[in-house]
Design a protein around this ligand. Structure first.
Ligand SMILES: [Zn+2]
Length: 276
C-alpha cells in the first residue's frame, strides 16, 4: 500500500477503513489520516471515527485515497460498502484492498481457529472482485499482487487476547515452530509449485502515481507480519532479522515465487458478430 500512502501530499485526506489499531504508520504519509472501525481501537493521538463501513459519515468525494487492509472480508452488506467507497473517494482518487483467498490454507486455518474469524465475505476469484469494485467505485483497476503469509495470527507473541484452545493443535503458537513451518511450506511451494504460503491478494485501483510492486514478497515476518523484498534484507545464513521487529525468520528469495508475479491479463477478444 506504500505506493498510495507515500504518494499523497499534505492537505490530502486518507481513510483507513476497518483500521483496528491502524493499518499503517501515520508517519509514512503527510496526508491527514482518518481511522474508521466499528470498534474503538485507534491509538491515542489518532483521528478516529466509529462507524459502519456501509454508512460512512463523510460527504461525497471527501477522500483522496482509501485503504482497506484485511478488512473487506469482515464487512456485511458488501454491495452497500462498495457503493460507499465509490461515494466518499474522489473521482481521481486511489483505493487499496487486501483480502484473503478463501481457498488458501492460511484462511481455512484462520477460520477454523477463530470459528469463522468474522470472515463474512469469502473471496476466491480476484478477477470477479476487481470488476465488481470497478463497477461500484468508478475507479480503474491498476494491478493485483499475490500476498504471502507466515501465519502471524498463530504466533502467541502477537496475540492481543487469550489464545484460543484450538491453538494447541496448531503448534501451540510457538514462534520457533512457526518459523520452521513457514520455511518448510515455502520449500514445498518451490519444489511442488504449490500455493501453501499464499495469503490472498492486494488490489490497486484509481490514480496511483508511483509504480505498483508486482512481485510477490516471499519474506513475511512471523511476528509482525511485515513483508520485505528479498533484495533489501540482510541475510545471515538461512535466516534474516526482520527490519521492523527484529524477529528471526527463514530467508526465501523472491525469485521462488516469480511465477506469481502480477501481469496484466490479456484483453479478451470481442465475440464475433455476424455480418449482415
Ligand atoms: Zn517483524
Amino acid at each position: 500500500m506504500h505506493e498510495i500512502i507515500c504518494s499523497l501530499s499534505e492537505g490530502a485526506f486518507l481513510l483507513d477503513l476497518g483500521s483496528g489499531s491502524g493499518s499503517f504508520d501515520r508517519a509514512l504519509t503527510p496526508a491527514a489520516v482518518i481511522r474508521v472501525d466499528v470498534e474503538e481501537s485507534a491509538a491515542a493521538g489518532e483521528t478516529f471515527v466509529r462507524a459502519d463501513a456501509a454508512a460512512l459519515p463523510f460527504r461525497g468525494g471527501f477522500f483522496d485515497a482509501l485503504i482497506l487492509n484485511h478488512s473487506l472480508e469482515h464487512f456485511a452488506g458488501l454491495d452497500g460498502v462498495l457503493h460507499e467507497l465509490g461515494r466518499v473517494v474522489k473521482s481521481r482518487g486511489a483505493l487499496y484492498v487486501a483480502i484473503p483467498d478463501a481457498n488458501s490454507l492460511c484462511d481455512r486455518l484462520y477460520r477454523w481457529l477463530g470459528r469463522g474469524g468474522g470472515h463474512v465475505n469469502r473471496f476466491t476469484d480476484p478477477r470477479a472482485l476487481e470488476r465488481r469494485i470497478e463497477r461500484a467505485t468508478g475507479l480503474r483497476h491498476v494491478a493485483t499482487r499475490v500476498l504471502l503469509t507466515s501465519f502471524t495470527f498463530l504466533n502467541r507473541r502477537s496475540m492481543m487476547r487469550r489464545p484460543p484452545r484450538r491453538l494447541a493443535l496448531a503448534g501451540g503458537g510457538s514462534e520457533s515452530v512457526l518459523v520452521l513451518a513457514s520455511g518448510l511450506l515455502r520449500l514445498a511451494d518451490r519444489v511442488l509449485r504449490s500455493r501453501l504460503s499464499v495469503y490472498g491478494w492486494a488490489m490497486y485501483f484509481g490514480e496511483i502515481p508511483h509504480p505498483v510492486e508486482a512481485d510477490a514478497w516471499a519474506n513475511v515476518c512471523v511476528r509482525c507480519g511485515a513483508g520485505h523484498p528479498s533484495g533489501n534484507l540482510d541475510r545471515r545464513g538461512l535466516f534474516y532479522l526482520c527490519p521492523r521487529c527484529g524477529a528471526r525468520n527463514i530467508f526465501t528469495p523472491d525469485s521462488a515465487y516469480r511465477r506469481l508475479t502480477w501481469r496484466r491479463p490479456a484483453p479478451q477478444p470481442e465475440p464475433c458478430k455476424e455480418k449482415r
